[in-house]
Write a protein that binds this ligand. Structure first.
Ligand code: AMP
Length: 176
């Protein structure tokens, strides 16, 4: 979609958190009411007819628009969190990111087989984070899983999308 207004308001921070990374700082989109509205409305248009029953947001930048979208879709919201943050029983998965290694967790009672799930995060880089979340959600055997990012890094040779089976329905609002 590449909305010009969103692109204009997205801040790039060079060499954060480590040298060589061009960090796409979505906080400048989140703090701007017009950008927030554009993102939630564009996503609503993409998913309003899909029967989504749960939006799964990835900590922490996936919580902001993910939760707003869940309200608009009339769906529930589930948190995928860093290790040790969720209080009840969890499933966990480790993965490699564009910079460093990490693990994510989800509550074992977060999703059931009747759910139609939309996984959401702010950004697709190498794809490790979302692949781990996708693997976790798949273990619940839900009816269908969709994936969305606000931003997809396409110009840095990361090929995050290639980590997913072609049949997986992935959308992004901005290609950077
Ligand atoms: P990956 O697992 O490599 O796809 O990395 C995606 C996750 O790391 C997302 O949760 C992003 O918030 C964060 N991330 C990775 N690379 C960047 C980047 N260049 N700019 C902003 N966030 C990034």
């Amino acid at each position: 979609m590449n909305n010009e207004y969103l692109l204009k308001n997205l801040r790039n921070v060079p060499d954060f958190p480590v040298h060589g990374i061009q960090f796409k700082d979505v906080s400048t989109l989140y703090k701007n009411p017009k950008c927030l509205k554009i993102m939630v409305n564009e996503l609503y248009d993409l998913y309003k007819d899909k029967g989504i029953t749960k939006v799964v947001g990835i900590e922490s930048r996936g919580f902001v628009v993910g939760a707003a979208l869940a309200v608009k879709l009339g769906a529930g919201f589930v948190m995928c969190r860093k290790p040790g943050k969720l209080p009840a029983e969890t499933r966990r998965e480790s993965y490699v990111k564009e910079y460093g290694k990490d693990t994510i967790e989800i509550h074992t009672d977060a999703i059931d087989e009747k759910d139609i799930v939309l996984l959401h995060d702010d950004l697709l880089a190498g794809g490790g984070t979302m692949k781990a979340a996708y693997n976790l959600v798949r273990q619940f055997n839900p009816t269908k899983i969709y994936i969305n990012f606000i931003i997809e890094l396409t110009k840095e040779g990361l090929h995050g999308r290639a980590r997913f089976d072609k049949v997986v329905d992935i959308t992004t609002l901005l290609e950077v």
